[in-house]
Design a protein around this ligand. Structure first.
Ligand code: PMV
Length: 327
């Protein structure tokens, strides 16, 4: 018998960031985070993943963007499939094909949309019709930020739960992604977090500050206070990077800092523009829709910025197709 499902998910960026994991098993973030799920016009900026379980398959296989994948990427996929198989009480192997409609160096992590789409497609293929919170929990164990891509709009993730806080239309927001390099990042977020937890003199302060920042962000969002959301987002990003940098983990580059200076210059000139950066050198600028065109042109002119994508709050992960066949 063959059971197959296809799911689509978008990436997300954290406005209030998490950095570091709680002690113990389960890949639980050390602090709560609040993100926005993002897409380009026509719902582009998506990962589409098809999982096919077949009784005749002898091993799990993965085709990533058209190329057969092995090593660490395959191991991470197999680990998620193993958890789903245990829940569905089956040992059937799977073929997974996953492709992004955006390049890896898009400035947005493909692991979030990738593991969200994989968790949704694999559970549905095996007939597990779980609520979104449970699918998110399954995705979180592979990549914590992936849990948030199950939901659309503004999403919170804490030690216990991942859930939608507000729909995509809540805030008049555009996220301008200033791509600063085509290269893969040197330090993975997992390795960067481990180093930070072990050696940053500021990690304890981060653990105290980040939950406060998260609560203030949540309140500002629900009050539709764009300026406060922007201020808190920039503060969260700078605190996270400062904490990581003190452990020798540096994600920003020259282009990032030049783009940050431009965001601050736009703000000094009266535009509500704020910056955030994840575990990579790309800068994301938060602006209102009416300011997006001017801000995009200004960021695109910054030396070191290769291109700028204009993303908007998006819907959560969806199932595109399900099929069951008995040969
Ligand atoms: O969960 P990961 O491994 O994708 O790491 C996410 C780290 C940040 O993007 C910097 C913060 C966040 O909350 O997304």
């Amino acid at each position: 018998m063959i059971r197959r499902a296809t799911a689509v998910a978008h990436p997300n960026i954290a406005l209030a960031k998490y950095w570091g994991k709680a002690e113990g098993e389960g890949n639980v973030p050390a602090v709560p985070s609040l993100s926005v799920t993002l897409s380009l016009p026509d719902a582009r900026l998506a990962t589409t993943t098809t999982v096919t379980f077949g009784d005749s398959f002898t091993e799990d296989t993965l085709v990533l963007n058209g190329t057969t994948a092995e090593g660490r990427p395959l191991e991470r996929v197999v680990a998620l499939l193993d958890r789903v198989r245990a829940e569905a009480k089956t040992k059937t192997r799977a073929h997974v094909t996953s492709s992004n409609d955006f390049p890896t160096a898009s400035g947005l992590a493909s692991s979030a949309s990738g593991f969200a789409a994989l968790a949704l497609a694999s559970t549905r293929a095996l007939g597990l019709d779980w609520p979104a919170e449970r699918v998110a929990d399954c995705a979180r164990r592979s990549s914590a930020s992936a849990a948030r891509s199950i939901f659309g709009g503004f999403v919170e993730l804490d030690a216990m739960f991942c859930r939608a806080v507000a729909p995509p239309s809540t805030l008049d927001l555009r996220v301008l992604v200033a791509v600063t390099t085509e290269a893969q990042k040197a330090t993975s977020s997992t390795d960067g977090m481990i180093l930070t937890q072990k050696t940053s003199p500021y990690y304890k302060a981060w653990l105290e500050d980040a939950p406060r920042n998260f609560r203030a962000m949540r309140a500002a969002l629900l009050e539709d206070d764009f300026v406060r959301v922007g201020e808190l987002a920039e503060r969260s990003a700078l605190a996270m990077h400062a904490c990581a940098m003190a452990a020798g983990v540096v994600y920003v580059g020259g282009g990032t800092l030049a783009a940050l200076a431009e965001v601050r210059a736009m703000r000094a000139a009266g535009m509500a523009a704020y910056a955030t950066m994840d575990a990579g050198p790309h800068l994301k600028c938060l602006v209102r829709a009416a300011d997006a065109e001017v801000a995009t042109a200004r960021l695109a002119a910054v030396p070191g910025v290769l291109r700028v994508l204009v993303a908007s709050p998006a819907e959560g992960a969806t199932v595109r197709a399900e099929r069951e066949e008995t040969p």
